[in-house]
Every structure is written in C-alpha cells, then in structure tokens.
Design a protein. Structure first.
Length: 201
C-alpha cells in the first residue's frame, strides 16, 4: 500500500470512527435520558405519596382537634373545619396526581385500588369532625371504627410506599448503569479505532 492509499484509508477510517463514536455517544445519551426521566418520575410519585401520607396523619389530627375544641368556641370550630377541608383536598390532589403519572402497571393499579379507601377515610374523618364539634362525648363511640379505617389505610399506604421506593431504587440503578455502559462503549470504540488506524498505517 503506497502513501496515497494509506492516506485515503486513514481518512475513511477516521470518518467511520467519528460516526461510530458519535453513534455510541448518542445511544448512551438516549439511554441516560430515559433512565433519568424514569428516575424523575419515581421521585415525583414518591413525593406525592409522602405528602398524601402526611395528610393521612393530618386528618386524624383534625379529628382529635375537634374533640378538644371548647364547646361553643366558634373560632376553634371554624379553624378545625378549615384545616380538615384543606387537608382532605390536598390528600385527594396528590393522589390524583399520582394516578395520572405513567407509572408501572403494578403501582398504578395499587393507587387505583387505594382510592376508595381514601375516600372512605376522608368521609369518616369529616363526619367525626362535625359530630365531635357538636357533641364530643357522644361521638367518642365512633373513634374505634375511625381508628380501624386509619390503621387499614396506614397499612395499605406502607405497601404502596414500598412499591414506589423499590421502583425509585431501580430507576436510580438504571441511570447509574447507563452512565457506566456509555463510558465503556466509548472506551471500547476508541480502542478499536486506534487499533484499526495502527493496522491501516
């Protein structure tokens, strides 16, 4: 092979090498973008779920506040009702947001299955708030049933939280794997190009 042929071969190899490395980089970038998007989705779902879990506790606090409000204290009663309204609306909001996210079928189904119990819990809390503000002594008999619903929802929330956290961990691992994979592919491509150029010259 004369010098001119070697120069032509080197030029062709350089163009192919640039295309190869560019393709590897683009593939790695796409995989990383997908992994990061999935990770962000899991983080959003987990944040919504944690806020919902806080509202779950806040509603019970509203019920307890209704029992300790002084009879005839209209300002305290109004505050309890306003807090209950805010917490129940926020609870439904974050659960609706999670229901709209393109999560895994298992998580999405679990969220849909949990919604009726959430509505039951909010309704029970609202009724107990109203009754306790009118007659706290007579309303104490309802607390056992309310606590039962609270406990059932707490258990279901924990299971759903585990599912979301597991998916978030998998998404973070996928993002990390995508970064490592892209780095190894680029390194392998560079080594291959160097070997081919050496053989061609």
């Amino acid at each position: 092979m004369n010098i001119r042929q070697k120069l032509v071969a080197s030029g062709v190899i350089s163009v192919l090498a640039a295309a190869l490395l560019g393709g590897i980089g683009l593939l790695g970038q796409n995989r990383l973008a997908e992994a990061l998007a999935e990770n962000q989705l899991s983080v959003s779902a987990l944040r919504n779920h944690m806020e919902g879990d806080m509202m779950h506790d806040a509603l019970r606090a509203d019920v307890l506040a209704a029992f300790v409000a002084a009879p005839g204290d209209s300002a305290a009663a109004s505050q309890v009702r306003n807090d209950f309204s805010e917490h129940s609306q926020w609870f439904r909001k974050v659960m609706d947001e999670n229901a709209k996210l393109p999560l895994s079928p298992e998580i999405s189904q679990s969220i849909r299955d949990l919604r009726p119990l959430i509505d039951t819990y909010i309704a029970a809390a609202g009724k107990l708030v109203d009754d306790a503000l009118r007659d706290p002594q007579a309303s104490r008999a309802q607390m056992a049933d309310f606590q039962r619903i609270f406990g059932e929802l707490e258990g279901r929330n924990e299971k759903l939280s585990t599912l979301i956290e597991t998916r978030a961990d998998e998404a973070r691992q996928a993002a990390s794997d995508a970064v490592r994979s892209a780095a190894w592919w680029l390194l392998g491509g560079l080594v291959l190009v160097c070997v081919v150029l050496c053989l061609a010259t």
